[in-house]
Design a protein. Structure first.
Length: 218
C-alpha cells in the first residue's frame, strides 16, 4: 500500500486503468468478476460503515480503490465489489518479526493508536469464493465486528508465547510514524454478508489468538 503513494502513476495504471479495462473485457464476455476493494475507501471516522456509506478515502491506495469502484459499479450485473478489512495469517512479516524477538526476550514496539479489524485468511477466501461462484452482484463487506490496536495484538501474542508483556513497548503512531492516515475506525458492517453466506467472522482477539498459537509452535 505504501507503494501506491510512492509510485502514484505506476500504481494508478495497474490498480485503476488496467484493472477497469480487464473487468470491462471480462464482463463483456459473460465472465462474473469479483473486485477486491478495501475499508480504506472510507475515512475511518465511523465504525461499522455500511455498503452505502459515502466514500471518502484519505490514502492513495484508498483513492485508487474508490475510483475503480465508481468506474465498474455500473458495468453489468456480472460484477461484485468486496470490501475487506485487514487480512491476516501466520506468515505476516510483522507478526513473525515480533514472535522471533519475543522468544529471545527482546523488546518490540507497537502502535497503541493504530488499529485494524483482522480477518482470518481462510474465512476471507471462503467468503470471496461463495460470492463469486454464486454470482452475488453488488457491494459486500467482509469484516469482524470489532477492531484491535497493534499494541494490543503484540501484547496478546506475548501472552500466548508466555513471555513478559513488558517487552511490548507501546507508542503513538502519530508521533513515531509517517503513515498517510491514521483512521479512528477500521471496521465494516458485514451483517448482510454474514446473513447471505451464513458465515461468521470471529472477533479480532480470536483471530489473533489463532494465528499466534500457530506461530508459537513454529
Amino acid at each position: 500500500m505504501a507503494n501506491c503513494n510512492q509510485n502514484k502513476n505506476h500504481s494508478y495504471l495497474i490498480n485503476v486503468i488496467n484493472t477497469v479495462k480487464l473487468i470491462e473485457k471480462l464482463t463483456m464476455n459473460g465472465v462474473f468478476v469479483s473486485f477486491l476493494s478495501s475499508n480504506q475507501v472510507f475515512d475511518g471516522e465511523v465504525a461499522l460503515n455500511s455498503t452505502s456509506h459515502p466514500l471518502n478515502p484519505k490514502t492513495e491506495y484508498g483513492k485508487q480503490k474508490a475510483e475503480t469502484e465508481n468506474l465498474i459499479s455500473n458495468f453489468s450485473p456480472l460484477v461484485s465489489i468486496i470490501r475487506l478489512t485487514k487480512v491476516v495469517h501466520a506468515g505476516l512479516n510483522i507478526f513473525n518479526s515480533w514472535v522471533k524477538k519475543l522468544k529471545k526476550n527482546e523488546t518490540i514496539t507497537a502502535f497503541n493508536d493504530y488499529f485494524c479489524a483482522p480477518l482470518d485468511i481462510k474465512l476471507c477466501t471462503e467468503a470471496i469464493y461463495r460470492i463469486t461462484t454464486q454470482k452475488f452482484s453488488g457491494t459486500w463487506h467482509v469484516s469482524p465486528k470489532n477492531q484491535i490496536s497493534y499494541s494490543e495484538i503484540a501484547t496478546l501474542i506475548a501472552k500466548i508465547l508466555s513471555v513478559e508483556t513488558s517487552l511490548v513497548n507501546s507508542c503513538s503512531a502519530k508521533d513515531h510514524s509517517k503513515l498517510e492516515h491514521i483512521p479512528k475506525n477500521t471496521t465494516l458492517d458485514a451483517s448482510p454478508t454474514r446473513k447471505l453466506l451464513n458465515l461468521e467472522f470471529p472477533i479480532a482477539e480470536k483471530v489473533i489468538s489463532k494465528i499466534a498459537a500457530k506461530m508459537e509452535v513454529t
